[in-house]
Structure formats: C-alpha cells, structure tokens
Design a protein around this ligand. Structure first.
Ligand code: ZN
Length: 173
C-alpha cells in the first residue's frame, strides 16, 4: 500500500473522533519560518510550544523568498502573530550543492533541461543565511516594527538553538 493510501485509511479513523475545536479559527502568536527537513518537523518538542501557538511556514533551507515574505505579512497582519522566528539548522541538504550544480545534474540525469534555470535556494553558511533572512524580513515595511524578528540555527547534534545576531558584533579590540 502506498503511504498516501495508508494515510487515507488513517484519516477515516481520525474523522470518527468528534472534535469541534478543529473547525475553530486558529490564533497562533508565533510565526516560524523553517526548513522542509523532516528533522525539524516536531516544533512542539523543539520549542516547547503547542501546535496551536505556531504559524509555520516551511521552505527549503528555509529560503525567505518573496512568497514567504507575503506569508509573513499575512501571518502578522491577518492572522495576528506577534513574533517571528527564523529557524535554520545545521547539516541542511541545501548546503550540499549549488543551484547551478543541481540544474546541470538534473538536466543530465533526466535528459531534459528546465524551461529556465530552476532556483533551489541553496546556500553555504547557515549563520550568514540567517543574517540575510533577518535583514530581508526586518526591512519589509509591512512587517510591524514592534514585531521581534529573531534568527536561530538549530544544532542537529546537540538539539540546541543558537541565536544569530542580525549584524555581527564587533569583537573588542
Ligand atoms: Zn534544511
């Protein structure tokens, strides 16, 4: 059985348990932008916050694209989240190639090229990546100034979050 078939079967059991709260309008307070990597899926465990508190936006890396910015603006202005967390992680698969390399590799392995070079939003350094994200989100005029925008790298070895300063601190002379 395919996993989707298995999921459909499980869904029928899920739907049998009445839960009126399911249809209520959500009111999460924290917007989290994180990677599509399954290792960061269990945010309630990683952050100690309930699903209901989290408005989660996931892309590869994560990449703070213009679409993600739009989602953050909606999260802030429509859904009513009051804090933004940019959650990167060590050992991200998107640091293991460049967009150019992957375009070449896929064109070769499939024998077809993409109509235009595809953007995969690969990157090299999670700390630098986080800084750029903070900068991009912070500088958007529609993200309310009073909303904290904080960036972190989750260390996959230790499970600890390390905060990334928006602008590197100057080391004391
Ligand atoms: Zn990742």
């Amino acid at each position: 059985m395919s996993l989707i078939e298995k999921a459909l079967e499980a869904n029928r059991s899920y739907a049998k348990i009445p839960n009126p709260a399911r249809a209520e309008r959500p009111a999460p307070k924290l917007a989290v932008v994180t990677c599509m990597d399954p290792r960061v899926s269990d945010l309630p465990a990683i952050l100690g916050l309930q699903h209901a508190n989290l408005d989660v936006i996931r892309t590869a890396g994560p990449a703070v694209t213009d679409d993600v910015l739009g989602e953050l603006v909606a999260s802030n202005r429509i859904i009513g989240t009051t804090e933004i967390m940019l959650l990167n992680h060590t050992g991200c698969g998107f640091t293991t190639f460049t967009d150019e390399e992957l375009n070449t590799k896929l064109a070769t392995s499939t024998g077809d090229s993409s109509p235009a070079p595809m953007r995969f939003f690969s990157f090299k350094d999670p700390i630098q990546h986080t800084r750029e994200q903070i900068e991009k989100v912070r500088s958007h005029p529609w993200i309310a100034k009073e909303v904290p925008v904080r960036g972190f790298v989750l260390d996959m070895e230790t499970g600890l979050l390390k905060e990334v300063e928006a602008v590197p601190r100057l080391s004391p002379e």
